[in-house]
Design a protein around this ligand. Sequence first.
Ligand SMILES: NC(=O)c1ccc[n+]([C@@H]2O[C@H](COP(=O)([O-])OP(=O)(O)OC[C@H]3O[C@@H](n4cnc5c(N)ncnc54)[C@H](O)[C@@H]3O)[C@@H](O)[C@H]2O)c1
Length: 312
Amino acid sequence: MAILVLGGTGFIGPRLIRKLVERGNEVVCMDINPGAAEFSHLGEAVRVIRGDVTQFEDIVHAISVAEPDRIINLAYLLGGGEINPHLNMRLNILGMDNCFEAARLLGINRVVYASSIAVSGQQSHFGDRLVDEDDGMFGTSQYATHKTFNEFQARMYIQNYGLSITGIRPANVTGPDKVRGSTDHVQCITLPARGERVSFPYKEMMRLPIHVEDIAEVFARVLLVDSSHYPVYNSGGHAISLGDLAAMVREFLPDADIGFDHEGGKEQSGNYLVDNSRLLDEFELTYAPFRQRVLEIINDVRADEGLPLVSG
Ligand SMILES: NC(=O)c1ccc[n+]([C@@H]2O[C@H](COP(=O)([O-])OP(=O)(O)OC[C@H]3O[C@@H](n4cnc5c(N)ncnc54)[C@H](O)[C@@H]3O)[C@@H](O)[C@H]2O)c1
């Protein structure tokens, strides 16, 4: 199968592309920063081209190069906060529209895109219960409202044109090389792995990490089916406070220097109780145990730094 990955040289894209190629697919990756990832180990199955999702012609060009059976859009502005609304709007909203419209015009029926857990907003909106895909969306940040609108855009293309479009709401994706988006739960592992001190404002702040290899597997499975039962799915993850994550890191690195300014923070946490049964059941997914993933991240970082690996 031929697959076009938009925004594929970032954090999640290269892992997804590797998984797609391992299953015998051919990938064209279009990214505004094409040199940010290395694909030479995957041979001729991957072509990387430079292109900007805010430019409709760039997506049309990429489709003409790839002749894809599937398109996935991962291109987005992460970690931009509330600044630069024009750039955010063009990349997040117009970019998504360009993707859907080009797919429609050029007859590519299957499209997958990344929404986010951010659409749900604070856990306090729901109380102490799991949140599913039918619950209300209370996210108020620029990022969250754009993801919410992306889900609306997808619904319009599904309803009006019959496209097979599926959105995934990843939770807090973690991995050794994550630098954009939510990074406190990442730095709680990676900085101690390097022997560096790290501190956070709140010990009870909750997160819902999912390892980048697990979310890449989610995207791969959802992309490779012709259609999904639902238009959008929660990835879910492993609900954990930063304090408990620090304790887990100390099981592997007893000298880890992780500090907290305050005890609380739970009540200020984003959505961390998530029902992902829809996704896990339909796509027969299980995630690796989170403790094992923490150890993997520690050792990925230590291998990069030339430090001795730690054992479980
Ligand atoms: N990483 C997370 O924790 C997380 C959580 C929830 C949702 N998501 C979503 O998953 C998707 C991928 O996330 P990621 O962590 O790989 O992000 P990333 O920032 O690492 O990757 C995004 C890629 O998009 C590219 N890009 C930016 N502007 C572009 C443009 N105009 N044209 C073409 N490409 C452009 C970037 O160069 C980058 O390679 C995003 O939509 C993100 O919002 C990520």
